[in-house]
Design a protein around this ligand. Structure first.
Ligand code: C2E
Ligand code: MG
Ligand code: MG
Ligand code: MG
Length: 292
């Protein structure tokens, strides 16, 4: 390829690669420093019971703001952290911080809020994960039933034996397990009957078009029905419109979160202002509740 395109083509190629590689190295070393420089933060997005309209908990989401890079998305941070071996220390920091801040929120707001923490595939397979969780619970005073760990289905498919062991250890602590981004993996459905899980989370990509796409609506409905028959909870993420909310209530989804209810915010800004859901899901009722 280099020969066919001549010398300049080859040079362009290597220069591009060099630029990408050095950008990655810079991100890596800055991420390494981010923890000590206190540039990492958790934001919390409220999770709402679709039955009562009450805020019952929140998902902890990692935020990194750096002078040079600005706000870096966790979708970018986590793969880098996994690759360069930082996931263990960042992941442990997330778990400790989420437990501590959730306990403080419970006390400040006087509510038994549950916090959901995302755990990456590599972090989930680490041997010390269970110790990290147990210590975070003990140090913070958060009750185990108020902590939920979110993992993606891929980790269960690819490392069945180890994943089974880890799941059992975490559940033995009294902590529950949610399958995040459910429906986006390439897994066979049979695995969920082999793993003891507590919650299925319908991926945002299905929720986004649930009112326009008959196919996405069918998938969302099927996941809700699957959760029902497995007797696990079902959560919808990325709810942005009253139409999506109406669909989810109509099909008896248990819990939802998304910008309609509130974007992720720093713990100091988190509140438990609930939502009034009318028994009949009329457009007028929603307009009154959400001002849309
Ligand atoms: P996720 O766990 O599926 O989290 C949901 C994502 O959807 C979050 O993106 C959230 O901010 C976003 N979201 C929620 N509601 C809405 C909405 O109504 N509209 C739109 N457009 N987006 C919405 P975020 O915070 O950028 O995180 C992206 C992903 O990064 C997460 O997806 C999760 O997989 C990962 N992640 C975030 N924090 C952590 C962490 O502390 N540890 C690990 N291992 N992964 C994390
Ligand atoms: Mg999640
Ligand atoms: Mg998710
Ligand atoms: Mg998702």
């Amino acid at each position: 390829w280099a020969k066919a395109n001549g010398r300049s083509g080859y040079m362009l190629f290597t220069r591009e690669m060099q630029r990408a590689a050095s950008y990655k190295m810079e991100l890596e070393s800055d991420l390494r420093r981010a923890l000590e420089c206190q540039e990492l933060q958790l934001h919390y997005q409220p999770k709402v019971s679709l039955e009562t309209g009450r805020i019952i908990g929140m998902e902890a989401l990692l935020r990194w703001t750096n002078a040079v890079h600005g706000a870096v998305s966790p979708a970018k941070i986590i793969p880098i952290a996994e690759e360069c071996g930082l996931i263990q220390v960042i992941g442990a920091w997330v778990i400790r911080t989420a437990c501590r801040e959730a306990r403080l929120l419970q006390v400040r707001l006087g509510q038994p809020l549950r916090v959901s923490v995302n755990v990456s595939p590599r972090q989930f397979l680490q041997n010390d994960l269970v110790d990290v969780i147990a210590a975070a619970l003990a140090d913070s005073g958060l009750a185990p039933e108020h902590l939920e760990v979110e993992i993606t289905e891929g980790v269960l498919m690819e490392n069945t034996a180890l994943a089974l062991e880890r799941l059992a250890q975490i559940r033995a602590l009294g902590v529950s397990i949610a399958i995040d981004d459910f429906g986006t993996g390439f897994s066979s459905l049979s695995y969920i009957t082999r793993f003891q899980i507590d919650t299925l989370k319908i991926d945002r990509s299905f929720i986004a078009n649930v009112t326009e796409s008959a196919n996405d609506a069918a998938v969302a409905q099927a996941i809700i029905a699957l959760a029902r028959s497995l007797k696990v909870k079902v959560v919808a993420e990325g709810v942005e419109t009253t139409g999506q909310l109406a669909f989810l209530r109509e099909h008896c989804c248990d819990v939802a979160h998304g910008d309609l209810f509130g974007a992720p915010v720093p713990p100091a800004l988190f509140s438990v202002q609930g939502f009034h859901f009318a028994a009949a899901c009329s457009a007028a009722d929603f307009a009154e509740t959400f001002g849309q």
